[in-house]
Design a protein around this ligand. Structure first.
Ligand SMILES: Nc1nc2c(ncn2[C@@H]2O[C@H](COP(=O)(O)OP(=O)(O)OP(=O)(O)O)[C@@H](O)[C@H]2O)c(=O)[nH]1
Length: 549
């Protein structure tokens, strides 16, 4: 060994490559060792130590000039050559089965027997030549020429030992990939690739004698392993729980989530989205507009550039609030849209509550309107006489006060007339009360039919009426009342027993000359009415005015 350490060396590109890969492996192993704990972490680090060992021995073999030294360094590689598949298998087993406890010392020592025995067999080869046969010679006579190895039976036995581990590794990750889905499956499939590439390189060397730089290509294939792990760790954050947790969250989310690429093809959908669409297989890559149940709406939403909408799928009685957002990647040259994500929030409960609330509000408003209408009707009814529909005495005070204010402001008079039907008792007695009611109604119509806009007529007693004529002075009011009186007398009224003739007597009072208040005016008018009755009825009377009217 001393001779080989002190022997001639030549630094070449293949040596530089092994050195670079070795440094990369050390850096990655160091970085991984500082990461959070993950299943198989210790085995993963031991595996990388094995790779480094192998690379170091391979580099020394490549750099060594003497053929014996080359064979010596090749023999020194065996702890790494056996250790790598052994601890790759242990790591995969622990990772796939989520075994967090590190390998026991006993297990470690047991698994270390293989590499030790193989190394011992390789290093003792000069005495038995069963590992490398006598045909192990340089490929040509040039200095530092590569060695063509004559693989002996012990070499083949060790190769089989290694391949058993590799087959085990493949079986473990393939089974795990088949049994899992989502992020986990992608991780396991990556492991299948990472297993296959160095193994294929090794198989091609052992079985077909294929070499790279005249050398076993397996150590160089670790460059691929290094890049693959770098991509897995940095790209999909292997060993990190966050992507797995996010994936699980999406899987468990009761609300549908759909992801489309820039060509509007569905590239991902969580179980809730698949269930709503009734999709189960071969859905990936479906054009959004052809996506069942709600694809057309989402497609239209994208076209319209809308970010939010209410979705009521035809085949479902549920309501969804759809939100879309761009999936972007920011690079130095700008922001690229990688696709869109749709999030469908089930708002059925909220929407139904809102609908019920709106319905309840509408009903309440309708009821309130009805109550207001009824209240107004009641108020109106309270002010009106039910038989004739004329205002009653209750409304008189209010209306008079209003008219009085107006007439005071406008300095105009108000005439007030009390009207009483003549011999109404006789009419009742002769024709009955119902006919009397007919007459009262007909008189009410007669009176209202002869009023002007601002006039008002009230029924203030059985067959007593009151006329309020704002703005009408005594003479004018008197003339109008007389016309009313004569018209009534000359026109029989319709009743259930045929037309009947009635007459009225009226007494007139005028504000402000004959009274200041309603009571005073009514007293004056009543006195005048009494006068009319006494003078033979069917006439209008007024007392002599105490001032100008
Ligand atoms: N049909 C009907 N009659 C009523 C109503 N209210 C009061 N009367 C009647 O009206 C009559 C009033 O009679 P009286 O006060 O004696 O007066 P009158 O018979 O008209 O005689 P004079 O007023 O003196 O001309 C009574 O017979 C009451 O019963 C009503 O609402 N309907």
């Amino acid at each position: 060994m001393n001779a080989c350490l002190a022997g001639g060396w030549s630094f070449s590109w293949p040596v530089a490559l092994t050195l670079a890969v070795g440094i990369g492996v050390i850096l990655m192993a160091r970085w991984v060792s500082r990461q959070r704990h993950f299943p198989g972490r210790e085995s993963f680090i031991v595996l990388h130590v094995g790779i480094c060992w192998w690379l170091a021995a391979a580099g020394l073999e490549l750099a060594a000039q003497g053929p014996q030294c080359k064979v010596f360094w090749a023999s020194m590689a065996w702890p790494g050559i056996i250790g790598v598949p052994t601890f790759w298998a242990v790591f995969l087993w622990q990772f796939v089965n989520s075994i967090r406890e590190p390998l026991t010392l006993r297990g470690f020592l047991l698994l270390g027997i293989g590499p030790l025995v193989a190394s011992a067999m390789a290093l003792s080869n000069p005495w038995h030549q069963l590992f490398y046969g006598p045909g192990t010679l340089p490929v040509d006579g040039s200095p530092g020429a590569a060695i063509r190895y004559d693989h002996g039976p012990l070499f083949n036995a060790v190769a089989i030992y290694v391949y058993v581990f590799m087959i085990f590794c493949l079986a473990v990750v393939t089974r795990a990939a088949l049994a899992s889905h989502g992020v986990h499956r992608r991780h396991y499939l990556a492991f299948v690739l990472v297993t296959c590439v160095p193994w294929s390189a090794n198989l091609s060397y052992v079985v077909f004698g294929w070499t790279l730089f005249g050398f076993d290509p397996t150590p160089f294939s670790f460059a691929f392993t290094l890049v693959a792990f770098a991509c897995l760790i940095l790209g999909v954050r292997l060993f990190d729980l966050l992507p797995v947790a996010r994936h699980l969250l999406l899987e468990e989310l009761p609300d549908p989530v759909l992801v489309v690429d820039p060509q509007r093809r569905v590239i991902d959908a969580n179980p809730a989205a698949l269930e709503l669409a009734g999709q189960s297989a071969a859905w990936q890559g479906t054009t959004l507009s052809r996506w069942p149940v709600y694809g057309v709406e989402l497609d239209a939403m994208l076209t319209a550039g809308e970010r939010e909408m209410l979705l009521i799928p035809a085949s479902s009685s549920r309501y969804f609030e759809v939100r879309s957002r761009d999936i972007e990647r920011v690079t130095r040259s700008g922001t690229f849209i990688l696709g869109q994500m749709f999030y469908l929030r089930d708002i059925t409960e909220r929407h139904c509550s809102e609908l019920k609330l709106a319905e309840a509000l509408a009903t309440s408003e309708e009821r309130l309107r009805t109550i207001t209408r009824l209240h107004e009707q009641l108020q109106e009814q309270a002010l009106r006489d039910p038989l004739t529909g004329l205002y009653n005495r209750r409304h008189l005070g209010e209306l008079f006060a209003r008219e009085l204010t107006r007439c005071q402001r406008e300095r105009t008079p108000i005439s007030l007339a009390l009207i009483d039907l003549d011999h109404f008792k006789q009419l009742n007695d002769r024709h009955g009360h119902l006919v009397g009611d007919d007459v009262l109604r007909a008189v009410a119509i007669h009176l209202t039919g002869n009023l002007r806009g601002s006039d008002a007529v009230f029924r203030i007693g059985g067959e007593e009426f009151l006329l309020l004529l704002p703005g009408a002075a005594g003479d004018e009011a008197f003339a109008r009342l007389q016309a009313l009186c004569q018209a009534l007398a000359g026109q029989p009224l319709p009743t259930r027993e045929g037309p009947l003739s009635v007459t009225l007597s009226a007494g007139l009072a005028v504000w402000p000359t004959q009274g200041q208040t309603l009571e005073e005016l009514m007293q004056v008018a009543d006195a005048a009415l009494y006068d009319a009755k006494r003078n033979g009825r069917n006439q209008v009377r007024r007392l002599a005015a105490t001032g100008a009217d």
